[in-house]
Every structure is written in C-alpha cells, then in structure tokens.
Design a protein around this ligand. Structure first.
Ligand code: GDD
Ligand code: MN
Length: 368
C-alpha cells in the first residue's frame, strides 16, 4: 500500500490541532488503498499543542511528532518532508495548515489527481470553485491577488494560478530532488521556490479548487513585509522573462549609444553605424541571455552548438529588426509620422518581446 503523509506545521495551534488531526484520519477512510500518516512539526509551541498531539499519539500509531526550534515555515516543512521520506518511506507528502484554513475533506481530491498521474497538486484559491475569505481585509486580498499575478507574469506559466498556496500534495521524488535547493528559503517564500523548482524539473502540475477559511482561533505567523520582500526578490532573480527583459533593455542602450557615436561623432554612413550597433547589441544579448536569463537551460558547451545557437539568435534578431522596420514604417504612413517613437514602443512591447521570447525558448534555449 502506498503511503501519503500529511505534514502539519504548528506553532501555537492548540485550539485547532486536534480537530485537524481527527478530520484527516476520518477523511482517509475515503481512500482505503492509501496508508495515511500524519507528521506534526511543532516549533516548540508555548501553548498546549505538543501535549494534545502526544495525547492523541496514544490512540493513533500513524501520528508522529517532531519538535524543532522555531526557524520558519520552510524549515519546519523540510524537517517534516525528511521524516516522511526517510523514516516513513512515503510516496506522497501533503502540505497543510493546522488552523483549519484548509479543509481536510479535500484530501481525497488531491489523491485522485496523484492517481491520475500528477506529481504536484496545488490547492488553488484562484481557479473556478476556489475562494479566499470574504472577510479578509482589503490589503490582504490585494496582497495575495497581486502577488500571484506578479509571480505568474515573472514565470510566464499558466500551470498554476496560486503560487503561494500552502495546501499541496507532492510526490516525494520531487521533494528529494528539491530539498537542497529549498534549504535556504526558510520562511513562507519556500512555497514559491519549491513550485518553481518543480516546474523547471518537469513535474506534472495539477490544481484542485480550495475554499480558504479564515482562522477562528490563534493568530497568523506570517511576517508580511519579510515575505513580500523575499518573494519579489526570488521572482526577480529567478525569472527568465524578467532577465530577458533587462538584457533587451541593455541591448537597446548599447545599440542606441553605438549608433549615436558613429552617426553624430564619427560621421560614418548611417547604414554602417546601424549594422555595427545592431550586431554588437545582438552579440551582447546572446551572451547575457545564455549565461544569465536562460542559464538553467543553456545550449550545450561545444563550440559547434554555440555557433548554431548564435546563428539562430541572429536569425531571430533579424526578424525583430524586420518587424520593427516594417511596423514603424507602416504605422507612420497610416497615422501621423510624428508619433513614430510611440509606434516603436508599442511594437517592441506587444510584438517583438513576445515574438523573441517565444522563439528563443523554442529554438535556442530549449527545455532539457
Ligand atoms: N512548525 C512551524 N514553524 N509551524 C509554523 C511556523 C513555524 O515557524 N510558521 C507558521 N507555522 C504553521 C502555523 O502554525 C500554521 O499551522 C501554518 O504553518 C500556516 O501558518 P499561518 O500563520 O496560519 O499562515 P497564514 O494563514 O498567514 O498563511 C497561509 O497563506 C500563505 C500565503 O498564501 C498559509 O496557507 C501559508 O502556507 C501560505 O503560504
Ligand atoms: Mn493560517
């Protein structure tokens, strides 16, 4: 029988932990072909959480308790995942809050997705059928919604609508590969890091809608400002799309500067200056994209594949130049010529950026 282990992180959840544990065991009866275990990771709560779990352990042999120092949510999960893999030999682990915000009745639905072949099932508040609490303060709704939009844009992926959700079922092969990667992300940001890693390592993602309930007892442990800063920084430093955008901006500046110097100062012919400046920008873009934006899927190291990659990069870039030249000319002749720079920006943002980002991913920096 395959094991599914629910990891419950707790810090002062004495008001709800018993209900959560009993509801999980109750729900597990719906899936008799799964052996459900619970690992409570308690960061030395100062309330009765530990005693309640110890009392329940007398009746439930599949209830485990790890007591750790308080080092953040990510660290607590790493302790729980490690125990579930090494001591219990689990096939799937669950992340779930211990304050009844996550309904244990959803466990079967997560397992059904796992049975259908998913590696990473996300309980999503932002798909049809999912929800956040009505009574959440407007700033919390905004933060959560906006945060997810920024993360989705950064990672250019439609596979998850809820990157920060803490209700998940994950096959342990994913965790085994990810564990050293997520180690430095000790706080709530580990949710984003773990999902990003899973996606980049070809885990099959599935979503089930969840209705997140506001806690009715105890207090939230989230440190908002720290979580926002760490999450934005994570997205900024790990998003191919944002890096690609920065590289493009640098390329644009290089292109412009060289053209300017050669046309205005050196007084060469315009076409010579343009050729020189665009090709210099193309070369610098290629290297910055290769070693930075798309470093995790670099073309392989032989001279031959660099040459091929660089050739294709030039082709795609020539396409960008053609699109811009024709587009700006066309719009200038249809509308007024005076607004040429606006047409240029519109074409770059809506045509050139998506065009080149998609082609780079399809032709040059392909998924491994
Ligand atoms: N052991 C341990 N150590 N548990 C912790 C720690 C810690 O340092 N910090 C939080 N927890 C436990 C809480 O006791 C609770 O069971 C669960 O982790 C979630 O913590 P909450 O404090 O209730 O978080 P929240 O409701 O504000 O945040 C929810 O939304 C986030 C953003 O979408 C959670 O679902 C998060 O997982 C989610 O990332
Ligand atoms: Mn909570």
């Amino acid at each position: 029988m395959k094991k599914a282990t629910i990891v419950l992180p707790t810090y002062n959840e004495g008001g709800t932990i018993e209900k959560v544990i009993l509801a999980i065991f109750n729900e597990s009866l719906q899936k008799p072909h799964w052996q459900v275990e619970i690992v409570v990771v308690d960061s030395t709560s100062t309330d009765s959480t530990g005693e309640i779990v110890k009392k329940l352990q007398k009746k439930h042999s599949n209830l485990h308790l790890i007591v750790t120092p308080k080092e953040g949510l990510g660290q607590a999960y790493i302790h729980g995942f490690t125990y579930a893999m090494e001591k219990l030999n689990s096939f799937v682990v669950f992340e779930m809050d211990s304050d009844l915000s996550h309904d244990p009745k959803k466990i079967s639905e997560f397992l059904t997705e796992i049975e259908k072949g998913a590696d990473f099932v996300i309980g999503s508040r932002y798909i049809k059928g999912g929800s956040i609490p009505e009574n959440w303060a407007i700033y919390r709704k905004l933060l959560s919604g906006l945060g997810n939009i920024i993360i989705r844009l950064g990672f250019m992926s439609s596979k998850s609508a809820d990157w920060t959700s803490g209700y998940r079922a994950i096959k342990t092969w994913v965790i085994k590969e990810a564990i050293s990667y997520i180690q430095p992300y000790t706080g709530y940001v580990f949710q984003v890091a773990l999902l990003d890693f899973a996606m980049k390592h070809k885990a099959r993602i599935a979503q089930v809608p969840i209705n997140f309930k506001d806690r009715t007892s105890g207090v939230s442990k989230i440190n908002f400002s720290q979580t926002i800063v760490q999450t934005l920084w994570y997205v900024f430093s790990h998003s191919s799309f944002i890096k690609f955008f920065i590289v493009g901006t640098i390329g644009f500046i290089i292109d412009f500067a060289i053209s300017y110097i050669f046309i205005e100062k050196v007084h060469t012919q315009v076409w010579i200056a343009t050729l020189l400046s665009t090709e210099t920008a193309i070369i610098s873009n290629f290297f910055m994209n290769n070693f930075w934006s798309f470093a995790h899927k670099k073309v392989d190291h032989s001279m031959n594949s660099y040459a091929k990659g660089f050739f294709k990069f030039n082709l795609v870039s020539s396409g960008s130049i053609a699109i811009q030249t024709i587009g700006v000319q066309l719009l200038s002749s249809i509308f007024t010529r005076k607004l040429w720079y606006i047409y240029k920006v519109i074409i770059i943002v809506f045509v050139v950026i998506p065009y080149s980002y998609i082609l780079y991913n399809k032709l040059i920096w392909k998924e491994k």
